[in-house]
Design a protein around this ligand. Structure first.
Ligand code: NAD
Length: 482
């Protein structure tokens, strides 16, 4: 059984305590690798090595750093198929999705921030004729980056690339559930000759390895993507040292459909926004609100299309949905289906686990599930399920749907379908989410601010927002001569 290693001080190392965690292939239910069960000792070594590397890396020109990022991007590109297969084996998502979205996007993250940092500038302010102020943007220091399992390399690199580009050194931890592509990235960083200590990757559980990063006094900023509860624990742990925080957390996104929308486009996209990546994307629209006049038609057409989706072996090109990432998550999703029924919901399609034949017979698969008849504020409609489960709810007026859409503790993203431009602007301005998609879903421009309101997060990532987060603004005020 292959044992993955930590990447500390430019080399691959075994965990200090010698302990390992099983890593499962969700499509087969089998252990296929083991990962370091790192703890405080490994985090200490990683922070030490990052601290040693910091002065040289932070003082290097942005072009110098940028070249390394581009080199890493190129190396991932050359190994795209290998990375995609690893991502699919680790996460359960269809291989076509890893190949067309996850890995290309990880490459883009490195490329984007490699170029963005060379265009990054700061401000200056004249105070009448008396003084000139200019703002220096200096790297924060050693940054902790912690990422989830749903878009493993994609979100890992979304944090690492801007942090490194801005001149920080990084101690990063991927999810213990999907560590493989982060490990492969460490191998490529060695091949690319990235100076030792600039990036360190330790593997392990959140409560051990993760919290050792978060509480380490040498870590000055933390970029975290994951669940809201974990985000709250991290915020508490980081508070005594006043660490800079960027938290990208959970969601329960509304998908609002008005009768005047482009119906065919809405229908096709809504199937995607509900079930892409088994519904395990923080941006999926899990609460679908449909204007009453088209509710019955939508219900019939949507359920028909959802029934056509194929759940299958992730390696199979024809599988629309693959496996659910872990046994624990599989149980959680099914428990929510039971909860929905106990809350009075009617299952229109799906609702059950699937036993596939052959190599996937012990894998964790769930049918895409559509539920109606629930109160807009019941638990099923308020709590994040993060799986292939959506609810549909009719509404009569814009006021009513806005009230329902804004009713949860979350505020990550929303989707709006209407051909009425005035209404689109009005709702976009009033809805309490950090991201609004009008007549589309998942169009991503890496320059735009990304993040959530309310309990979906603190701060924004992406583009200049990320480069600002990973730098410390320092104002220099110079009195001008008379
Ligand atoms: P999670 O919060 O359980 O874990 C995320 C990461 O945090 C993992 O690496 C984990 O090991 C680590 N961790 C756990 N406890 C920790 C602690 N006490 N200290 C430090 N690190 C700790 O989340 P998950 O189950 O991996 O991911 C699913 C969640 O992520 C969903 O809620 C989803 O909405 C959210 N998510 C949000 C976004 C976004 O951009 N807002 C994107 C993707 C996923």
């Amino acid at each position: 059984m292959e044992k993955l290693k930590n990447y500390i001080n430019g080399i691959l190392t075994t965990p200090y305590n010698g302990n390992y965690i099983n890593n499962y292939n969700p499509a087969t239910g089998e252990v296929f690798t083991m990962i370091p069960d790192s703890d405080k000792d490994d985090a200490d070594l990683a922070v030490q090595s990052a601290t040693k590397a910091f002065e040289k890396w932070s003082n290097a020109s942005s072009e110098y750093r940028s070249e390394f990022l581009l080199k890493i991007a190129g190396f991932i590109s050359k190994n795209l198929d290998k990375f995609a297969e690893a991502e699919t084996t680790d996460n359960g998502k269809p291989l076509w999705l890893s190949k067309s979205v996850d890995i290309p996007r990880a490459i883009k993250n490195f490329e984007f921030f490699a170029y963005a940092v060379t265009q990054f500038s700061s401000e200056s302010h004249m105070t009448g004729n008396e003084a000139l102020n200019y703002t220096l943007r200096q790297p924060v220091g050693i940054v902790g980056a912690i990422s989830p399992w749903n878009l493993p390399l994609y979100l890992f690199t979304w944090k690492i690339a801007p942090a490194l580009a801005a001149g920080n050194c990084v101690v990063a931890k991927p999810s213990e559930i999907t560590p493989l592509t982060a490990y492969m990235l460490s191998e490529l960083c060695i091949e690319a000759g990235l100076p030792e200590g600039v990036l360190n990757i330790i593997h392990g559980y959140g409560h051990k390895a993760g919290s050792s990063i978060v509480t380490h006094p040498g870590i000055k900023a933390i970029t975290f993507t994951g669940g809201t509860k974990t985000g709250s624990e991290i915020a508490k742990a980081a508070a005594p040292d006043f660490k800079k925080l960027s938290l990208e957390l959970g969601g329960k996104n509304p998908n609002i459909i008005f009768a005047d929308c482009n119906y065919e486009e809405m229908l096709n996209t809504t199937v995607q926004s509900s079930f892409r990546n088994q519904g395990e994307i923080c941006l999926c629209g899990s609460r679908i609100f449909v204007e009453k006049t088209v509710y019955e038609k939508f219900k019939k057409d949507f359920v028909k299309k959802v029934k056509e989706l194929k759940v299958g072996d992730p390696l199979n090109e024809t599988s629309d949905l693959g496996a659910i990432v872990s046994r624990q998550h599989f149980d959680k999703i099914l428990s929510y289906v039971n909860l929905a029924v106990s809350e009075g919901g009617k299952i229109l399609c799906g609702g059950k686990s699937i036993k596939l034949p052959g190599r996937c017979s012990n894998g964790w698969f769930i049918e895409p599930t559509v539920i109606e008849g629930l109160a807009f504020d019941c638990r099923t409609n308020a709590e994040e399920i993060f799986g292939p489960v959506v609810t549909i709810t009719p509404f009569e007026s814009e006021e009513e749907v806005m009230m329902m859409a804004n009713s949860t503790e979350y505020g990550l993203a929303s989707i709006l379908w209407t051909e009425n431009l005035t209404r689109a602007h009005r709702i976009s301005s009033k809805i309490k989410t950090g991201i609004v998609w009008v007549n589309c879903w998942m169009i991503r421009d890496l320059r735009t601010p990304f993040g959530g309101m309310k309990n979906s997060g603190v701060g924004r990532e992406g583009g200049l927002e990320a480069l600002r987060f990973f730098t410390e603004p320092k104002n220099v005020c110079i009195k001008l001569q008379d």
